[in-house]
Design a protein around this ligand. Structure first.
Ligand SMILES: Nc1ncnc2c1ncn2[C@@H]1O[C@H](COP(=O)(O)OP(=O)(O)O)[C@@H](O)[C@H]1O
Ligand SMILES: [Mg+2]
Length: 244
């Protein structure tokens, strides 16, 4: 959804596009080497929401790490806006990860010694946002997730659903183009899962980002425009099966 306040109008060219070409990834050594991704292709752009299904151990987390630039493929290419990621220097890759990617994990991974406010603000600091702007944007984000009165709480003082809201805020506060969620509702009860899913969709669409969610949940899969399954190291687009 594009609004009048949208900082980057999105009615012309897509603002962000990612493509995976013939990706290969295996683990282990010599004879015990195990192929996880096996010539995998994928293409998606800002404004889309994608659900990724697959059996445990099929390589979903490996794939997210390659999309995020946290890990490198053995062969094949990751292209962001047509640019080969393998041509980037380490510092350019770090920069991409820090500025353009937001990651939401099943186990939240909040920093226990920092308050909710500080967990969110840290990401802005890493993106060179300081002072009044840092405070204002962190407070706005807390407000967006309905936790403006909990900024001073530490993670262990918050419920699972509240911690996951903070984790969403932390993943989105720097307005990344690529939002990756690895089984984001896996540790939540049904109600918290539903509300966190709605929140994630609404914030990512406001920011005109690309959302890629790994999930076992049918509800999560149904909330996405595109559903793909990872099988034998390749991705398969499911047409229509989940659109009910
Ligand atoms: N760092 C690693 N070292 C060795 N094997 C790994 C590593 N990461 C993942 N694997 C293996 O790769 C396969 C895919 O893992 P993963 O991507 O985590 O699957 P999924 O997220 O779909 O459950 C599994 O067999 C896993 O054991
Ligand atoms: Mg996984």
């Amino acid at each position: 959804m594009t609004t009048a306040e949208d900082p980057q109008p999105s009615n012309t060219e897509p603002a962000f596009q990612i493509e995976l070409r013939r990706l290969e990834k295996s683990y282990g050594q010599g004879r015990v080497r195990r192929s996880v991704l096996n010539g995998l292709d994928f293409q998606a752009q800002a404004g889309q929401t994608v659900a990724l299904l697959g059996r445990s151990g099929s390589g979903k987390s490996t794939l997210l790490n390659l999309l995020a630039g946290i890990d490198q493929p053995d062969a094949g290419e990751v292209l962001v806006n047509g640019r080969h990621q393998s041509h980037l220097t380490d510092s350019e890759r770090t920069d991409f990860r820090r500025r353009q990617v937001g990651f939401i994990y099943q186990s939240f991974l909040l920093i226990p010694t920092l308050t909710a406010f500080e967990n969110i603000a840290l990401v802005l600091e890493l993106n060179d946002v300081r002072g009044g702007e840092l405070k204002r944007r962190t407070a706005t984000m807390l407000d967006d997730i309905g936790l403006s009165d909990r900024g001073g709480s530490y993670p262990d003082q918050l419920s699972g659903g509240e911690q996951q809201r903070i984790a969403i805020a932390r993943a989105l506060v720097h307005r990344p183009k690529l939002v990756l969620a690895d089984e984001p509702t896996g540790n939540l009860d049904e109600d918290s899962g539903r509300s966190m899913l709605a929140l994630m969709h609404s914030l990512v669409s406001q920011q005109h980002g690309l959302l890629v969610m790994v999930t076992h949940s049918l509800a999560v899969a149904r909330s996405a425009e595109r559903v793909l399954t990872l099988e034998q190291g390749k991705l398969f687009e499911r047409e229509g099966e989940f659109a009910w």
